[in-house]
Design a protein around this ligand. Structure first.
Ligand code: GDP
Ligand code: MN
Length: 384
């Protein structure tokens, strides 16, 4: 789950990270009133769960309350990477003499949190990593020791931060780490962390991602979830008890088991080359009753990018004939002409295949192996 900038900054503030004391508006009138009460030039910032708002025109300076009204009218309702803006944050505007990147994430290959900083702030870290990887300084954090002062100082030195700011920088980095750990976050990021023209270090932007599996014990964070800002399909999937992540490819994947879903995506990538890839990650879980399959199918087919669907079902405790009946029932509930390839293996897979063949649906082909299924689905997607 991702937090909005304003939510992240509230959280940052409670850990002592310096942020602006702005307020959220949902109408241009409110934006004007907030600007008037702040009594200074402000910045009007779109609150959407995606980055690059600045580039998209979702961050605008306003010199007075009237201008805040105008900028808010333009930004509210605008679409940034398919995210509609329902709220704007009105912050007192800052002067900027330097923008820095500071973030913490999990480094899964090492199994430790990773503190990263770059002197090229304001730019997305992925872009810095691609174009100028040496500009990123890294320190891996031993979770039983926490972030040590010397590590934060190493980073400060590595990004050529003037020495007078090292003390504050260490405090901010340590506060960010505490915030990250105590929020069960998978990402806590300040981009940019700025040095103002008054020579003060300050978090101008904030982003946090929280591990969904920890929300049961982080009730305060769980309550921050803004369903209206999340992709509709992901909300529907969560309600149906499915794990679903939308991706950019053309082949909808319907798979039981997370590991098998990863393998299915790998196979599509392997044979799909440059032009065809998986449209989603989806784990329908064990059991795979007809309603769950139908819900998953509805979600997959609501994605206009999907040109073919690959079912990859391994029957263990879940029996192949049961799944096959679920699929047929789901196809009755969600009629479609999109080509589908079904690979059934494991317990009662022959019975399952017989059920599917017996249904005589013109857009369905069966596959004997995953390789065969991936190739057939790719062929179908290319033909569409
Ligand atoms: P993002 O584009 O979604 O990451 O949004 P940010 O909050 O990081 O803002 C993008 C850029 O807008 C920043 O890198 C700054 O260059 C600029 N910006 C944001 N707030 C202010 C401000 O208060 N004053 C000035 N001068 N620029 C700002
Ligand atoms: Mn930013």
């Amino acid at each position: 789950m991702n937090l909005h900038e304003y939510q992240t900054k509230q959280r940052f503030a409670s850990y002592g990270i310096p942020v602006a004391n702005g307020k959220v508006a949902t109408t241009p009138e409110e934006a004007r009133d907030i600007a008037a009460s702040l009594g200074v030039p402000v910045v009007v910032k779109a609150q959407v769960l995606t980055g690059g708002r600045g580039k998209a025109g979702g961050v605008k300076l306003a010199a007075n309350p009237e201008e805040a009204f105008e900028k808010a009218s333009k930004i509210l309702g605008m679409s940034i990477k398919d995210h509609i803006v329902h709220r704007v944050l009105i912050d007192p505007a800052s002067t900027i003499s330097k923008e820095i990147y500071l973030g913490i994430t999990n480094d899964r290959t090492v199994g430790k949190p990773l503190l990263m900083a770059s002197s090229e702030g304001g730019v997305e870290i992925e872009q810095v990593a691609a174009e100028n990887p040496d500009a990123i300084k890294r320190e891996w954090i031993n979770p039983s020791l926490g972030l040590r002062d010397y590590q934060a100082r190493n980073i400060a030195e590595g990004i050529n931060l003037p020495r007078e700011h090292w003390g504050t920088f260490v405090k901010i980095a340590k506060a960010l780490y505490r915030c990250y750990i105590e929020s069960d976050a998978t990402l806590a990021e300040i981009n940019p962390l700025i040095i103002t023209e008054e020579n003060v270090l300050f978090a101008l932007d904030g982003k946090m991602s929280i591990d969904d599996n920890a929300l049961y014990r982080r009730k305060d964070l769980a309550e921050m979830r803004d369903i209206s800002a999340e992709p509709v399909t992901e909300v529907q999937a969560r309600e149906a008890g499915l794990t679903y992540v939308k991706l950019n490819g053309q082949i909808g994947c319907m798979v039981n088991g997370a590991g098998l879903a990863m393998t299915t995506m790998d196979m599509i990538k392997l044979y799909g080359g440059e032009d065809v890839g998986p449209a989603n990650f989806l784990d329908i879980g064990g059991g795979a009753q007809a309603e769950r399959v139908a819900a998953a199918l509805r979600i997959i087919l609501s994605d206009p990018d999907v040109k073919a669907v690959l079912f990859n079902i391994f029957g263990g405790i879940t029996r192949g004939d049961e799944v096959a009946r679920g699929i047929i029932q789901a196809l009755n509930e969600v009629p479609t002409t999109i080509p589908m390839v079904i690979r059934l293996a494991g317990t009662n897979s022959e019975e399952g295949r017989a059920i599917i063949d017996g249904a005589n649906l013109p857009n369905i082909r069966s596959a004997s192996t995953l390789t065969d299924g991936a190739k057939k689905a790719i062929e179908a997607a290319r033909g569409a």
